[in-house]
Design a protein around this ligand. Structure first.
Ligand SMILES: [Fe+2]
Length: 465
């Protein structure tokens, strides 16, 4: 018998889909809330061609899956983000770029890497952007999900652009950063509420690190200089370019929103890795950060997990950075492993009572078997379980907008929305859960006529585009 080892990220519901479809009204089990009006879009990796070299889940071309909801009805469409790299490979009829697990392609005539636009999405100042942390955003037309092109803020974008920019719900400003292997290792920028890139400033880091997310409060921006390091010297010795160095500290830099490197204050705590923050806020003398913390990470670096098999499992933690005393206090908030945390973004940067995250399943693959709702005031949590053999993605909180007043009442008054895949029926659905009643069945399950592969981050856009 001949067996062929299949990369698990190209198999099952991690495997790509190749059809781009547009549907008529979809079948709904339950009832879509009549006051839920807008579009849920999720980004994720979906390699256009059979990958060359070793494939990492982060390598695939970005594909958007959108469900537009209005008047209790829903339609679906999916589209690749038509990046420069996607077009070149489309024309060639094959993959040209290798991925993160292979050495950089210095001899690739089209450039050594491909901006896949595969990670996340943000709506800001009338633009819907598909994001990838190594390069520029791509503007996307709604509701068609067509790619308009790279978006560089009229040429003012001089840095890479994180997949996790933060929009202040009160001022409308958007904060972003970009990291790089070569100096400046970190740059920080602010975009005005009207969409003008106001300024970009370099932030000093001792060595280059992989920095996936950050956080904001009303007045501050918080950077996470964590010891997942890049070293070309290491690579020249035949060792990994990227490595988690557990003997280096975690450093958290707190900067006034419109400040520069001269205003930043760094706080140190033991080595850890954080992919995603839930939120941050100010309280008395403290800046407080809530995020999913791991003791270490092997997601991008195969080294240094020996002796700590649990090191990769994320748990919600809270850090208190005291601006008066300069001390740090860190505590674990829940023993449920969770990732892809979200809040009601109308309260981003402010203290919230609730947070939401995917509950990490007991699996060797990154699967979520439910949605954890954290009550951060009372230190409790509840879980919405997807059910046997059903796994979902990041749950996005969508606030209920009162049609009469146009405002939301109650922090958790709204819905949690995510794609769920059912392994038995090999089918996908969009699940809408009442955020005030998470342990109950979904209020609506929208059946999608095509499999939606597991992916990364989603966004909700209200019907205003
Ligand atoms: Fe992310």
């Amino acid at each position: 018998m001949v067996t062929t080892a299949v990369n698990p990220y190209l198999d099952g519901n991690f495997a790509p889909v190749h059809k781009e479809i547009i549907t008529d009204t979809l079948k709904v089990i339950g009832e879509l809330p009549p006051d839920l009006s807008g579009m849920f879009v999720r980004n994720g990796p979906n390699p256009q061609w059979t990958p060359i070299g070793q494939y990492h889940w982060f390598d695939g071309d970005g594909m958007l899956h959108g469900v537009r909801i209005s008047n209790g009805k829903a339609t679906y469409r999916n589209r690749y983000v038509r990046t420069r790299g996607w077009k070149i490979e489309h024309e060639a009829g094959k993959a040209i770029w290798t991925g993160l697990l292979e050495p950089p392609q210095r001899d690739n005539p089209y450039g050594s890497y491909k901006n896949t636009a595969n990670t996340a999405l943000v709506w800001h100042a009338g633009q819907f952007l598909a994001l990838w942390e190594g390069g520029a955003p791509h503007a996307i037309k709604l509701p068609e999900l067509e790619t308009i092109g790279e978006y560089t803020y009229n040429g003012k974008l001089i840095s890479p652009f994180t997949a996790h920019p933060k929009v202040d719900p009160v001022t409308g400003e958007m904060m972003f950063f970009g990291y790089s292997f070569s100096p400046p290792y970190l740059q920080y920028g602010v975009v005005s509420a009207s969409g003008e890139l106001l300024h970009t400033v370099p932030i000093d880091l001792p060595i280059p690190v992989m920095m996936h997310d950050f956080a904001i409060t009303e007045n501050y921006t918080i950077f996470m200089d964590l010891p997942l390091t890049f070293s070309t010297e290491r690579m020249q010795r035949g060792e990994p370019l990227m490595m988690f160095e557990r003997d280096r500290p975690s450093r958290f830099g707190i900067l006034p929103r419109h400040g520069d490197n001269s205003n930043i204050r760094w706080f140190e705590s033991p080595a850890c890795y954080i992919f995603h923050t839930l939120n941050a806020y100010e309280e008395k003398d403290e800046v407080v950060l809530i995020a999913c913390r791991m003791n270490s990470t092997t997601v991008l670096a195969s080294e240094d997990s020996q002796g700590d098999p649990q090191g990769n499992i994320p748990h919600l933690h809270r850090w208190h950075f005291n601006l008066s005393s300069g001390t740090v206090r860190e505590e674990m908030l829940d023993d449920i492993p969770s990732e892809f945390p979200r809040v009601n973004e109308n309260l981003l940067g402010r203290k919230t009572q609730y947070g939401y995250a995917g509950r990490v399943a007991k699996s060797s693959m990154p699967l979520f078997d439910g949605i954890a709702k954290y009550d951060l005031h009372n230190g409790t949590s509840q879980t919405h379980e997807f059910g046997q053999g059903r796994y979902g993605g990041e749950a996005v909180f969508v606030p209920r907008v009162s049609s009469s007043q146009g405002e939301t009442k109650g922090e958790d008054n709204g819905w949690l929305i995510t794609f769920v895949y059912d392994h038995a029926s090999e089918s996908s659905e969009l699940v809408v859960v009442d955020a005030q009643d998470v342990t109950s069945q979904p209020v609506a399950r929208v059946l999608i006529p095509q499999r939606v592969p597991y992916g990364f981050h989603g966004a909700w856009v209200f019907e205003e585009y």
